[in-house]
Design a protein around this ligand. Structure first.
Ligand SMILES: NC(=O)c1ccc[n+]([C@@H]2O[C@H](COP(=O)([O-])OP(=O)(O)OC[C@H]3O[C@@H](n4cnc5c(N)ncnc54)[C@H](O)[C@@H]3O)[C@@H](O)[C@H]2O)c1
Length: 383
């Protein structure tokens, strides 16, 4: 095993979280950060004591001393940058959604296989200890035959018509916004918990603000804008959506996603009802799992390896009573990705992190939602 040299492209909100997560993984060294905003690249390099920074990622690709690249840029840059990273023979860990459409994501899957590099996507919620526990309990049959699933992912950072972010520009964020941005997390998490795929959807999308005001000053993801109104911008992408889903075995489920729900910050909740009992997890209380029964008292399980099941025990990384949460889940996925590189088994399709292949399928679900909103009918996820 050797120390893997790492670079992070895109040093905004999530790029900095990747830097912190990578620093917690043995056998890694962050050698460079890249941001096309050079001031940002320099300041993050200084803040995290990283020796090199670049404005243009192409300069980095020429360097042979980098093994792994994290692509934390806005969604439109995921395809072109990941493509070049793969072609340079380096491993890539890319943010979600994998690309702007499935033509691009399909190509990345093929390229990663051709160039034999590890290719992971950051759908981080399945890496939470209690989501792992849900998966174990569904798979070992202890909650009984699955009857239905329900999920909601609500935020409020797009509530006002003065809220503006690159995600609102289809050229940077894609045709879908709330679904591609947060609905995609719902799809990945539920498919992981249930061990089966969503195969058709019926989606109803709503754009609350069809015109938004771009303000003079914004501090990036999740922050409110201030100053004068610079421009009024017509908006096509959805602020919220209801999505009914059918799985490959006919089971149904429902999801509600919204970025205009006052008071809701990162309120992702997922519920799985079985014939014997139900499970519910709330990402804002990540170390707890609600277990519902019909004929006995309901339970709340606190994270702790000794009370958990099978592989999920490994995700309770702290002693009982020490909460694990969002940052730990991010680290877990990235850690699993690095393990597959160190153990040279990243070619296997079944990984304990989200592969480009998995993320490509999520793109296809997002596209089926857009088609369904147009047709107002059930639409199959195109395989
Ligand atoms: N997994 C998660 O939970 C999660 C959470 C937030 C964001 N994300 C994803 O991460 C990505 C980035 O989101 P964010 O919220 O960090 O955005 P952000 O705007 O905070 O940061 C993006 C950074 O990328 C830089 N950038 C833009 N184009 C670039 C280029 N060509 N080369 C180098 N740098 C470039 C920008 O200057 C900025 O600093 C998005 O795709 C988003 O969907 C994932």
């Amino acid at each position: 095993m050797k120390t893997l040299k790492v670079a992070v492209i895109g040093t905004g909100f999530i790029g900095k979280q990747h830097i912190e997560a990578i620093r917690r993984i043995p056998g890694t060294e962050i050698v460079a950060v890249i941001d096309n905003n050079e001031k940002m690249a320099r300041s993050v390099a200084e803040q995290f004591f990283i020796s090199r920074y670049y404005k243009d990622y192409k300069e980095l690709l020429a360097n042979t001393d980098v093994d792994v690249i994290h692509n934390c840029t806005p969604s439109a840059m995921h395809y072109p940058i990941s493509k070049e990273v793969i072609k340079s023979g380096k491993h890539v860990y890319c943010e979600k959604p994998l690309t702007l459409n499935s033509t691009e994501s399909e190509e990345l899957v093929k390229l990663a296989k051709e160039y034999k590099v590890a290719a992971g996507a950051n759908f981080n919620y399945r890496q939470n200890a209690m989501v792992q526990e849900m998966n174990q309990r569904v798979m070992n049959g202890s909650i009984g035959r699955l009857l239905t699933v329900y999920g909601e992912y609500m935020q409020d950072w797009m509530l006002f018509d003065t809220d503006y972010d690159w995600r609102l520009d289809p050229k940077l964020g894609g045709e879908s916004r709330a679904i591609a941005d947060i609905g995609s997390h719902c799809f990945d998490t539920i498919q992981f918990i249930c061990g089966k795929r969503i195969t058709s959807v019926y989606a109803n999308l709503t754009t609350v603000h069809t015109v938004r005001k771009k303000m003079e000053k914004t501090d990036g993801t999740f922050s409110a804008a201030t100053g004068k109104v610079l421009e009024e911008i017509p908006i096509r992408s959805e602020d919220m959506a209801y999505i009914m889903v059918k799985f490959e075995d006919g089971m149904q489920g429902l999801f509600h996603v919204s970025q205009v729900a006052a008071g809701k910050k990162n309120a992702f909740k997922i519920n799985v009802c079985g014939a014997a009992s139900s499970l519910e997890w709330n990402q804002e209380r990540p170390d707890k799992l609600w277990i519902g029964h019909r004929d006995s008292g309901n339970e709340e399980l606190y994270v702790g390896a000794q009370y958990m099941t099978g592989e999920a025990k490994k995700y309770a990384t702290l002693p009982n009573g020490h909460p694990v949460g969002w940052a730990d889940a991010l680290r877990n996925g990235i850690h699993n990705f690095y393990d597959s590189i160190q153990n040279n088994n990243y070619i296997n399709q079944n990984q304990n992190y989200v592969t480009f292949e998995d993320a490509n399928y999520i793109m296809k679900i997002v596209e089926a939602c857009l088609r369904s909103n147009q047709s107002q009918k059930w639409e199959d996820v195109l395989q």
